[in-house]
Structure formats: structure tokens, C-alpha cells
Design a protein around this ligand. Structure first.
Ligand SMILES: [Zn+2]
Length: 232
């Protein structure tokens, strides 16, 4: 195979390697950065915290009311037991029971407010949970697709990178070095194909003489972009 043709084939492999590496980077990045999922999870966690807060408050109030009821019951028992005879002590007991009754009303009001807050928080949590599940399911589907693509890219890259040295071996070392330097200088494209007498990269016309020289296997360059002409 003529050297220029080999160079062109090598360039195709190099371009493919470059494109696949770039896509692989993207695919890996896409799997990490999922802001929608993060946001949905944060919102669900915040809603759960809110719900837990009101659940705790309800429990605390219920316990406080139960404790108050028990104290009030004891005081009533003492008041009506007949064992307390001292009028001052009886009045004190009565006042305590009344005070406890007033305190109970306040606690009941708080409990009612808390129940309403809790109901709202539970609704909020259910909505946030559903939203998170939906976003997560969508992400899972996408993630599965990305993982498959990642595997395919890795396989393809492995194959290409095995092919490259085999191809490079067929090219004369000085021509290969020249190609690699030119490729670095010209954005990865050192060889340009001549199509309809035009350089396929910069679209300037190439003289028949140059095309003939290229076809004979001599390195000849596009006068405009400086790339090696490949005239199949
Ligand atoms: Zn050109």
C-alpha cells in the first residue's frame, strides 16, 4: 500500500481514537453530574426532616398532656378522697387542678396546630418522594444507557489502539514522524483527500500536476492549508 494511503488510514484511526476518547470523557462526566437527581433528593430529605420535626412535636405534646392528665387525676383523687381536711390545702389543690386544666387547653391548641402542620408536611413529603422516584427512574434509564455506551466505547478504543501500532509499523519512520508533527500542528488533520480536484479540508483547487505527483506516492502539500495531499 502506498505510504500516503497508509498515512490517510492512520489518520482515520487517530481521528476515531480522538473522537471516542472525547465521548468517553463526556459519558463519564454525564454519569457524575446529575443536578436534577441531586436536587430531587435534597428536596425529599428536607421534606422528610420537616415531617419528622412535626411528628416529634406531636409526640412530645401528647406525652405532656398524658403526664398532665395523670397529675390532675392524682390531685382530684386527693381532693375528693376525704383525707385532706385542711381548708388551705384543699383550696390549693383546687387551684392546682384548675391551673392544670387551663394548661391542658393551651397544650391542646398546640397539638391541633401541630397536627395541621404535620398533615401539610406529610403531603409535602409524599409529593417530594414521588418526584424523587420519577427523577431517579429516569436517571436510572439514562445511566444504564450511558454505562452500555461506556462499555462499547472502551471496547472500540481498545481495538483501535491495537490497530494503530500495526498500521504505523507499515509506514517509514521518517514519514511517520513528519505526519505526527504535522498532525499536532494542524489540529489532528495532517492528510487531506483530494476530491473533484479540491482539497477536502480547505476547498482550494489542486493542480493536475500536484495530483499526479501525489498519486505517484511523493509527499506534496496543499498550497493553502499545508496538508499532505492524498489523491486516491
Ligand atoms: Zn488544503
Amino acid at each position: 500500500m502506498a505510504q500516503i494511503r497508509l498515512l490517510y488510514r492512520l489518520q482515520e484511526i487517530d481521528s476515531e481514537i480522538r473522537a471516542k476518547k472525547q465521548r468517553l470523557g463526556e459519558v463519564i462526566r454525564l454519569q457524575k453530574e446529575d443536578q436534577a437527581l441531586q436536587k430531587a433528593r435534597q428536596e425529599r430529605d428536607a421534606a422528610a426532616q420537616q415531617r419528622d420535626k412535626w411528628q416529634k412535636e406531636r409526640k412530645r405534646l401528647e406525652l405532656e398532656i398524658a403526664d398532665l392528665d395523670s397529675k390532675s387525676k392524682n390531685a382530684s383523687n386527693r381532693l375528693y378522697s376525704g383525707s385532706v381536711k385542711n381548708p388551705k390545702e384543699l383550696t390549693d389543690l383546687q387551684q392546682q387542678i384548675e391551673a392544670m386544666g387551663r394548661h391542658r387547653t393551651t397544650l391542646e391548641d398546640h397539638l391541633l396546630e401541630t397536627m395541621l402542620e404535620l398533615e401539610e408536611a406529610e403531603t409535602g413529603f409524599a409529593a417530594a418522594q414521588t418526584q424523587w422516584q420519577q427523577v431517579e427512574a429516569a436517571w436510572e434509564r439514562q445511566h444504564t444507557g450511558l454505562l452500555q455506551e461506556q462499555d462499547q466505547l472502551a471496547l472500540a478504543l481498545h481495538k483501535l489502539m491495537t490497530q494503530r501500532p500495526d498500521m504505523a509499523k507499515l509506514i517509514k519512520p521518517d514519514i511517520l514522524t513528519h505526519y505526527e508533527q504535522l498532525s499536532k500542528k494542524l489540529g489532528g488533520v495532517a492528510v487531506t483527500m483530494v476530491q473533484y480536484n479540491l482539497c477536502s479540508v480547505c476547498r482550494v483547487s489542486i493542480s493536475a500536476q500536484k495530483i499526479k505527483t501525489a498519486q505517484e506516492g511523493t509527499l506534496v502539500y496543499c498550497g493553502s492549508c499545508g496538508r499532505i495531499l492524498y489523491a486516491p
